[in-house]
Design a protein around this ligand. Sequence first.
Ligand code: CP
Length: 323
Amino acid sequence: MPLEADAPERFPEHFPWTRRHLLGLEDLGKGEILVILDAAETLIESSERRGKKRSNLSGKVVVNLFFEPSTRTRTSFGLAARRLCADVLDFTPSSSSLSKGETFIDTAKNIEAMGIDLMVVRHASSGAPHLLADHLQCGVINAGDGAHEHPTQGLLDIFTIRQRKGRIQGLTVGLVGDIAHSRVARSNIHGLLKLGAKVIVCGPPTLVPRAIMELGVEVSHNLDEIMPRCDVINMLRIQFERQRNGLFPSIQEYARLFGMDASRLANAKSDLLLLAPGPINRGVEITPEVADGPHSAILQQVTNGLAIRMAVLYLLCGQPPQV
Ligand code: CP
């Protein structure tokens, strides 16, 4: 596989970065978020060119530890690491010695003992990546922990907004749906507020915790009222797997009040940008015609996720280009 000329004049080798882990956007300053976005900007071309690799993670080993299902995040981290010439391991919990009683931390420590530079961790428990960061020497990336944070999803959402709108400052962004169980909502809120956006969270009262207001967001339970005010709307998935029963009367009722369809879109700004982190429940949070329509950047988000993850991997443990 040919190595791309490392184009040092465009590569973020001089970008300041001191952290070993990426655990959440709550921890990062505005400057650090901008460094990641700018690094991803310089990598977007490499991320989209098949058959070209950069050597910045040559000799490094990245392991995916996913204790929950994933399509986008897992494959995107794997591809991003390979595009930077890292070795990539995929750990599958169901066929591991966890089933013999080995603990989470012992499992991670044994994998690290094989010479790992970065662990990419998804877990149903909030704080699981932070626990590993406390016990391991290698870098840890949070790929989604319970209902807490999903920082690379937040970053790729913000990157997509900046790419389409040219700015974050001054935009009004609606986060619609299951706020209570959404790690994507929390990472978006922390990142967007730090970059100067106004954030409105909107959903049924049972899916919007009152404490969310303390983060500095506006709360609404009326999607039709906020539609004309938003520059961007991010349609969050109902996290059925994290819910107790009975948080709203029926899926049909939810879709009628909080789903995005063509008639609701008619009340939006003409240049409304529509995002969804995926996976989407078509016909529930968003109708197929809207998900695949001109306002939607859903697949562009997935494409951008590769550049964001290349940037994060590079900043946490990459080598500057050799000149
Ligand atoms: N958006 C997201 O995290 O998707 P996956 O669960 O497929 O990784």
